[in-house]
Design a binder for this molecule. Structure first.
Ligand code: NAG
Ligand code: NAG
Ligand code: NAG
Length: 247
């Protein structure tokens, strides 16, 4: 991925680099959301596409004046001039999706090791920075919840399971009682054999602009953290063979 520049400029390009993997049986339905930039405001309904970004950088890069966390869209934190990368996704509202970021030529620890999910400008929403990797550990599996009120994105947050899914699994290390990590030395291109691409399971909660309730969140609650991976046979072979004993 190229360096983060002005978000406006890079979005259309990066949208092709950061691929969202959807199950193939999705029925075509009508998109009414014409906003394709993550740094713009919009209101969505079920079946719309919704564009948001994930920025990778150091935790401090997301802070204004070393104290206030701002959206990567906010020009007061000039992420573009710092060591950072941007990925842009456009999942369908209220459909559980698994987003993947291939790490064969992008290793998050070289870009500060943290990521923030974000969208919006005047109504800017951003997640807290999530630890992804340092030189010792990498966390490859995440669940991100996008919470809407009347179709407007209010909040993005990382859903964690307190390491329940990796407890007692020998290749995994539980970091800070919340993240299941593997050693970076187990990763391909780092001396190991594991594909350490990132998988981000998405879920939607709240209401759309017609006040219809977004339900995919409840489905994820009922799924185990890694359960969606088993739906993606192409990933199961590469990304998640190391997780196969979790299914
Ligand atoms: C930055 O933080 C310092 C110390 O907390 C404060 O005195 C200063 O006013 C802040 N600057 C801005 C631009 O907010
Ligand atoms: C990597 O992160 C883990 C978990 O926060 C920490 O214990 C470890 O000291 C870090 N290693 C380096 C080299 O920063
Ligand atoms: C990442 O890209 C490499 C090289 O193109 C490929 O071999 C690997 O299967 C990809 N991993 C995933 C999870 O798509």
């Amino acid at each position: 991925m190229p360096s983060l520049n002005t978000p406006q400029l890079l979005v259309s390009f990066l949208i092709f680099l950061a691929t969202a993997n959807f199950p193939s049986n999705i029925k075509a339905s009508t998109n009414t959301n014409d906003v394709y930039q993550p740094c713009s405001d919009t209101k969505v309904q079920k079946s719309d596409g919704f564009t948001f970004g994930i920025a990778f950088s150091s935790r401090d890069s997301f802070l204004f004046n070393q104290s206030q966390q701002l959206s990567p869209c906010d020009r007061r934190i000039s992420l573009s001039s710092l060591n950072s990368q941007l990925a842009v996704f456009r999942p369908k509202v209220d459909e559980i999706s698994l987003l993947t970021i291939n790490t064969s030529s992008f290793f998050p620890d070289t870009y500060g090791g943290y990521m923030v999910a974000f969208a919006g400008q005047k109504y800017a929403a951003r997640s807290i920075p999530a630890f992804v990797a340092n030189s010792t550990y990498i966390v490859t599996s995440f669940t991100l919840v996008l919470e809407f009120q009347k179709g407007r994105l209010q909040n993005l947050y990382w859903k964690r399971d307190g390491c329940a899914s990796c407890a007692a699994k020998s290749n995994f290390f539980c970091l800070n009682n919340q993240d299941c990590a593997i050693k970076t030395t187990d990763c391909k291109n780092r001396g190991g054999s594991v594909d350490c691409s990132l998988g981000i399971q998405l879920a939607f909660s709240g209401t759309d602009k017609h006040l219809a309730v977004l339900n995919s969140w409840y489905e994820v609650e009922n799924l185990r953290q890694y359960s969606l991976y088993s739906l993606y046979s192409n990933l199961r072979d590469s990304l998640t063979s190391q997780y196969s004993n979790l299914f």
